[in-house]
Ligand binder design. Structure first.
Ligand code: HEC
Ligand code: HEC
Length: 361
């Protein structure tokens, strides 16, 4: 018995000894790391994302899925580099991110109209960018029908980046850092317009926003407050036919009753069909708290103005969509409930995800 006890004691002591050594080793490593990170010549590494965002099971099928352009972390990082690169514009002043800022879910916060090269402005408000792989059409009028060609429009628009696509290919192709990345991602020795557009498509497809409180409730990881629940009911009754969950858009083109201004007829400009006058793409309401001002021309400064629009029938245009709320009256408390629900659509992890952040930061 004693012998057994002794050996047990010895084992115990040697374990203690090992764990002490282990703790000392850990402290040494931590101290070393702390000291070395204080040295000015050691660059602080950018936090890296090692995985692509996941698509929740309750999302519908993606619209974009090109087997010739499979999405990889390296491809997304290359697309990101292009997205933040001002040298792509004619004057070197403007990148995609100048008008699409991550902190605002890639919209242009506080700006009805964004500023392109040489201080020029266009006619429309910069939309937020996320869940783009589900969009069958791009821009407020759906004038662009494929994610792989979408970047050509802002690159070549004289009020945006004002550059010829061919010049972008020449500029990007002349840089050894880009040559290396294109080789790695697409196994090509030549940077072409196709691969530049593929890289953009990878970055834009990876921009998945599906981690708001709303999503955690769907996954039974959170519960709505009573006010949010009442807001959800109002939303389902009055708004969801167009702003359809879980993407909060059905991606159709509708006239939501706001007056036509600046001769911008929306979808009509693309189809020339009379009935399309004043129709615009139903925008997603995910991250809506982060993206004022609202509507295709940024005419409403805040959500109260938006709710006033939907509750004031006189302000509806004559050919407005019949799915719009009819004679809707909302008390102060009901407006607060609706806004509380809309607040559950903010995805704070999306706007902080390093996979989408400025690579130079
Ligand atoms: C000068 C500001 C500006 C710049 C620079 C810019 N955009 Fe945009 N972006 C806009 C505006 C405004 C729209 C809406 C255009 C419209 O509806 O006619 C838009 C629309 C989009 C859309 C469509 C979103 C949707 O919901 O349909 C995508 C995608 C997009 N931009 C990506 C990019 C990319 C990629 C770049 C860089 C190559 C870029 N943008 C550069 C202002 C800008
Ligand atoms: C008939 C379809 C329809 C219904 C119903 C509807 N909307 Fe909209 N909503 C639209 C369209 C279309 C736009 C874009 C209009 C434009 O910019 O010209 C829009 C724009 C918005 C915007 C601005 C989004 C942005 O990014 O600028 C908000 C916010 C909004 N709606 C909230 C609501 C709420 C809240 C309800 C319910 C009370 C609602 N909508 C009901 C079609 C609809």
């Amino acid at each position: 018995m004693t012998c057994k006890n002794k050996s047990f004691g010895a084992l115990f002591n040697s374990k203690m000894m090992h764990s002490r050594l282990f703790i000392i080793a850990v402290i040494t490593v931590v101290l070393w790391l702390a000291i070395s990170s204080c040295r000015k010549d050691v660059p602080v590494p950018i936090p890296k994302s090692t995985h692509l965002p996941q698509v929740p099971g309750y999302f519908p099928e993606q619209h974009y899925d090109n087997p010739l352009n499979p999405i990889t972390i390296e491809g997304v990082e290359l697309g990101r580099k292009l997205f933040y690169d001002k040298t792509l514009s004619k004057t070197g002043e403007i990148s995609c991110a100048s008008c699409h800022k991550q902190s605002a879910a890639f919209s242009d916060p506080g700006k009805a109209l964004s500023t392109g090269i040489k201080g020029r402005t266009g006619l429309r408000n910069s939309p937020a960018l996320f869940n783009l792989a589900w969009h069958p059409g791009f821009n407020w009028d759906g004038g662009i029908n494929h994610i792989e060609v979408q970047p050509i429009a802002p690159i070549q628009d004289s009020a945006e980046m004002g550059e010829k696509l061919l010049n972008v290919v020449l500029k990007v192709g002349a840089r050894s850092d880009y040559q290396e990345s294109f080789k790695k991602v697409f196994d090509t020795d030549t940077v072409t317009d196709k691969y530049i557009l593929y890289a953009f498509a990878q970055f834009m497809s990876a921009m998945i926003s599906a981690d708001a409180k709303y999503d955690r409730v769907q996954q039974n990881k959170a519960v709505f407050t009573e006010s949010e629940k009442r807001g959800l009911q109002l939303f389902e009754a009055q708004c969801a036919s167009c702003h359809k969950p879980p993407l909060f858009s059905d991606f159709s083109y509708r006239n939501n009753g706001i007056e036509i201004q600046n001769e911008d007829y929306g979808r009509y400009g693309i189809t020339s069909i009379e009935a399309d006058k004043g129709k615009f793409k139903v925008p997603s309401l995910r991250n809506i708290n982060l993206t004022p001002p609202y509507m295709h021309d940024g005419r409403f400064e805040n959500l109260d103005e938006v709710l006033n629009h939907y509750t004031t029938n006189e302000r509806y245009a004559p050919d407005a969509d019949t799915d719009l709320p009819q004679n809707l009256e909302l008390s102060k408390a009901q407006k607060a409930d609706l806004k509380a629900f809309l607040g559950t659509l903010t995805d704070y992890n999306f706007i902080e995800n390093p996979l989408f952040s400025d690579p130079r930061q």
